[in-house]
Ligand binder design. Structure first.
Ligand SMILES: Cc1cc2nc3c(=O)[nH]c(=O)nc-3n(C[C@H](O)[C@H](O)[C@H](O)COP(=O)(O)OP(=O)(O)OC[C@H]3O[C@@H](n4cnc5c(N)ncnc54)[C@H](O)[C@@H]3O)c2cc1C
Length: 746
């Protein structure tokens, strides 16, 4: 036990002894409190103004200085001054104190508040911007955030001091009455059995139910405001309508049908949406063929003197289509109808918060009524307004699957996941590919070493990767397309046969009634939703690419669960969407997969971290497969095995990341991964070795010195004294292994 702990133990023991020696127990009895209560009450009666003044000053000081204890003080206020005067005094004291804290934050404590309450600031700022004083009123009425944090955080928003004061006073009034009332009841206890008196029980009930009741009242008020200009039907034909049959709409409909809700799924194009028809499925099918070609090219590495592939691009694309067709039944009208979903093929348009018009494929129109609507309308490729680009009819992820002639020279605009996957595919299929990225590196969301790894591989495979190049214009000259790019102030011309535009995706938010219903969109042009995924109208939800913030199939499905459950059962319990552990992968070769924080983000957010990196060039299975390239890079909380984030680059990175996703999701750390038996030889062993790297870093110089002395002693090379002496060296906490040595063959 260290000195500090010993001192604490002695002090605690002394205090306990003093408690009994001086019979301090008598002061903690209800009898004593009651006997003093009389004195205290007499003092208050005789010095009413003085007591009120002192209490007021203490209250203002406590709240003004953001000290803890305002709730207890309010109860005391009720006990001393009774319901009416207690409420009046507390109401003014708390509002003045809150305003002083607000002003201190605004003029004095800006940096401190920013550092301490930064996480509260963003939503509060957004709330004030959107709803102004009403937002503060709601915060005051329903204590979602600690009161003192609201005062401090509000000081950094543009709200006026006057507004802050009066809204706080009005907003806190009901809560003040509830607490003061509870205080008056506490003052009436004369025996312990009185705790069960109806008055006191009702006071506790008021305290407990107040926030819930206030929230309900606010919700009803807000809903009334939002729905004011619409007439709600007396009854509805359906429980849910999902607009769009991509991943988000399909999962919504699936869940609704599973719990026997009446659900209609409307799709204007193809069941399965982007993922099945133009996204994940065809891209992964194309990647498979491209990978096979790359293996054929690398045949010598596998001991095969020569191998060539004779293929026709059109047949490759036909196989891609066959794969799509093979997966199609999973998302088909037939399957969903059998599950109990009404599937309609047509264009949906919201006409009120409870009604949707559908123009069916045969031109007929139907009006459907529903209690809830889930917007799952997805997104589309962005074609930026670069002069001449649109006229050049660029390929996009929507149209590239239709081509049957391999472009000889292809320019890919964009270095994000879609751009990178397709760049490598086309290069491997034989196109001469130039990839243009405006930013300093491709795959900019990942740490720089991962961008570098992929860039190196692309260049080795013949791709001309141009980073820091901005596409300025597209011209058509003599039957070929010329992309004019700017790099460090100079222009360059790149001639090509086709351009593939992969510079991002935009949500589908126009043309189906959102504008008419006044449903707002965010700065990123996605449907604005709250934490329950409700979009402006509490019965209209949005999920998937149309709502963001992630644009993956698995996040669309994840969000859809919240939409379906909140829409159907939200009147009993609503669930906040949880984005805490979201994994993703870019299926280049090598694959790059990530979950949680990477090092760049940890630095930006000033989150302390420790890095453990295991090089896959060391992994037996990767060596056997001739795929010995990549890393497992794990960020952990310093001094703990808690995982903050993982990035893996290498063969099947997306699959082997799953172990870390489970670890983060279910709260186990590096110790458990290290203690798990992994099959030899597998790629998944890389995870265990990364945990080994982490473990070795925890070993200190002191521990190693002790272990050496112990082993010397057991061999008879040294005396027991040397072991005992080394026990004191445990204080030496310097790491034994240098990070550069950290390769995890534990
Ligand atoms: C090339 C490419 C590769 C990708 N690879 C992956 C990957 O490997 N892994 C991954 O997780 N994600 C990947 N994605 C992303 C993934 O495809 C999307 O995140 C996912 O499809 C989003 O699903 P969603 O349901 O939100 O939207 P969508 O799939 O776009 O579905 C929306 C549907 O709504 C319909 N619709 C829109 N408006 C109306 C209306 N008014 N009436 C009726 N119907 C309407 C549309 O026709 C569409 O079918 C990839 C995307 C692309 C483009």
């Amino acid at each position: 036990m260290n000195k500090g702990k010993l001192v604490v133990l002695v002090v605690v023991a002394a205090l306990i002894a003093a408690f009994f020696i001086f019979d301090l127990k008598q002061y903690l009895s209800l009898d004593y409190v009651k006997s003093q209560q009389e004195h205290f009450a007499a003092f208050v009666r005789d010095n009413a103004l003085l007591t009120a003044g002192a209490y007021f000053a203490i209250y203002v000081a406590v709240t003004g200085l953001s000290l803890p204890g305002a709730a207890v003080l309010t109860l005391v206020g009720g006990a001393i001054f009774g319901l009416v005067w207690g409420t009046i005094i507390v109401s003014f004291a708390s509002s003045i104190g809150a305003t002083l804290a607000f002003l201190a934050s605004r003029f004095l404590l800006r940096d401190w508040v920013q550092a301490k309450f930064g996480k509260f600031l963003k939503p509060i700022n957004e709330g004030v911007e959107k709803e102004g004083a009403f937002y503060l009123f709601a915060l005051r009425l329903v204590p979602a955030f600690p009161f003192f944090a609201i005062n401090l955080a509000m000081g950094l928003t543009p709200i006026k001091t006057r507004t802050f004061y009066w809204v706080s006073q009005v907003g806190m009034f009901a809560g003040t009455v509830a607490y003061v009332y509870a205080g008056t009841q506490l003052a009436r206890i004369s025996a312990l059995r009185d705790i069960l008196s109806p008055g006191l029980i009702s006071a506790f009930v008021v305290l407990g139910l107040f926030p819930v009741a206030a929230k309900k009242v606010l919700d009803v008020f807000k809903a009334r405001k939002v729905y004011a200009k619409w007439t709600k039907p007396a009854k509805f034909d359906r429980n849910v309508i999902a607009i769009g049959a991509g991943s988000a709409g399909l999962v919504t409909a699936y869940i609704a049908a599973a719990v026997k809700a009446k659900v209609t799924l409307i799709e204007r194009h193809k069941m399965g949406g982007d993922c099945l028809n133009t996204g994940c499925v065809p891209s992964k099918a194309l990647i498979r063929t491209a990978k096979l070609l790359s293996h054929i090219r690398r045949s010598k590495e596998f001991g095969i003197r020569s191998a060539t592939a004779d293929f026709d691009f059109a047949e490759v694309m036909e196989r891609v289509q066959r794969v799509v067709n093979q997966v199609e039944p999973h998302d088909s009208v037939d399957r969903y109808t059998k599950l109990g979903v009404e599937c309609l093929k047509g264009n949906a348009k919201n006409t009120s918060p409870w009604s949707v018009d559908v123009t069916l494929e045969n031109g007929t129109k139907r009006t459907l009524t529903t209690r809830n609507i889930v917007i799952a309308a997805g997104g589309r490729p962005l074609v930026p307004p670069i002069p001449g680009l649109r006229e050049s009819k660029p390929l996009t992820s929507d149209t590239v699957w239709e081509i049957r002639k391999l472009p000889k020279r292809l320019v890919v605009l964009g270095g994000g996941p879609i751009g990178c996957e397709l760049t490598q595919c086309f290069a491997r299929l034989g196109s001469q590919v130039t990839q243009i990225e405006m930013l300093p590196r491709i795959m900019v969301r990942e740490d720089p070493e991962f961008s570098e790894l992929v860039t190196k591989r692309f260049r080795a495979e013949g791709v001309d990767v141009l980073v820091g190049h901005r596409a300025k214009e597209v011209r058509s000259e003599g039957g070929e397309k010329i992309v004019i790019v700017e790099h460090e102030g100079r222009e360059k011309r790149i001639a090509c046969d086709e351009i593939l535009c992969a510079v991002g995706r935009v949500a589908n938010t126009e043309g189906y009634g959102l504008e008419e219903l006044g449903i707002p969109v965010t700065k990123q042009k996605t449907v604005e939703v709250n934490e329950y995924l409700q979009a402006h109208y509490p019965n209209i939800y949005a999920c998937g690419d149309v709502a963001g913030p992630y644009q993956f199939t698995h996040t669309a499905s994840h969000m859809a669960w919240y939409c379906a459950v909140n829409a159907l059962f939200g009147r009993f319990k609503k669930f906040r969407v949880d984005y805490s552990v979201i994994p993703w992968a870019t299926f280049t070769d090598p694959e790059v997969a990530r979950v949680g924080l990477n090092e760049t983000e940890a630095k930006e957010k000033k989150i302390p971290y420790e890095v453990s990196t295991y090089g896959i060039d060391d992994l037996d299975r990767a060596i056997a497969d001739s795929e010995a390239e990549g890393y497992v890079k794990v960020l952990t909380r310093p001094g703990s095995d808690k995982i903050l984030g993982v990035t893996i680059a290498g063969e099947h990175a997306g699959d082997i990341l799953a172990e870390f996703v489970a670890a983060m999701r279910h709260g186990f750390g590096m110790e458990k991964i290290l203690a798990t038996i992994h099959i030899y030889p597998t790629l998944a062993e890389a995870n265990k070795y990364a945990a080994g790297v982490w473990k070795r870093k925890q070993v200190t110089q002191g521990q190693m010195a002790l272990a050496t002395a112990f082993n010397n002693w057991t061999r008879g090379d040294a005396g027991l004294g040397s072991v005992i002496a080394k026990i004191f060296s445990l204080k030496d906490k310097r790491p034994y292994y240098e990070p550069a040595e950290s390769h995890g063959d534990d």
